[in-house]
Design a protein around this ligand. Structure first.
Ligand SMILES: [Zn+2]
Length: 180
């Protein structure tokens, strides 16, 4: 999903789920495939109002933390095993990944249009990313290097929906910082 930064070994594109597998969300997600590592991305095939359900997350399996995994609690991760893995990071995302309800929703701020890239804000689910990366989302509010929510504080996460366990980890971090 993310673009690897220079000090990480390059990951061959074959590490991604096989590009020949049948679409897991036909009529909902179109995957723009690229032979370049991290070049593939998901596009919405539908238009939906802000805040509505895009899809439930099904078929996920527990996994170690990896560049394709998504965090689901303070200490566990899953692999999506579907075309949802092609939803890349953006600092101005189109959807949220609610890993407690196991659903993908359109962001509350704006509707989703057919043809929009499906993107979410990785720090909303990732505390410390397996691979930090330089964000190239081009948004005016781009955060630059994306490492996960750790160290961002409420100030850095302001305006973003985050999973409950990320909120709890931020609260813990702030308590420690304040010596409480
Ligand atoms: Zn960005």
């Amino acid at each position: 999903m993310p673009v690897a930064i220079q000090d990480q070994p390059p990951t061959p594109p074959t590490a991604k789920p096989a590009s020949t597998h049948p679409p897991t969300h036909p009529g909902l997600i179109h995957v723009h495939r690229s032979d370049q590592a991290f070049g593939s991305f998901a596009i919405s095939s539908v238009s939906l109002p802000a805040g509505t359900l895009f899809t439930k997350i099904t078929g996920a399996t527990p996994s170690e933390k990896a560049y394709t995994s998504v965090q689901v609690s303070a200490d566990s991760h899953i692999e999506l095993n579907s075309d949802l893995v092609y939803c890349n990071h953006s600092c101005d995302p189109s959807v949220v990944f609610d890993m407690e309800k196991m659903e993908v929703r359109v962001v509350d701020e704006r509707p989703l249009s057919k043809g929009d890239p499906l993107t979410f804000f990785y720090p909303s689910s990732e505390w410390e990313m397996d691979q930090a990366f330089d964000c190239t989302c081009g948004s005016g509010k781009c955060k630059g290097v994306i490492r996960g929510a750790k160290g961002m504080g409420w100030e850095g996460l302001k305006g973003y929906w985050v999973n409950g366990f990320i909120g709890e980890l931020v609260r813990e971090e702030e308590r420690e910082k304040n010596g409480q």
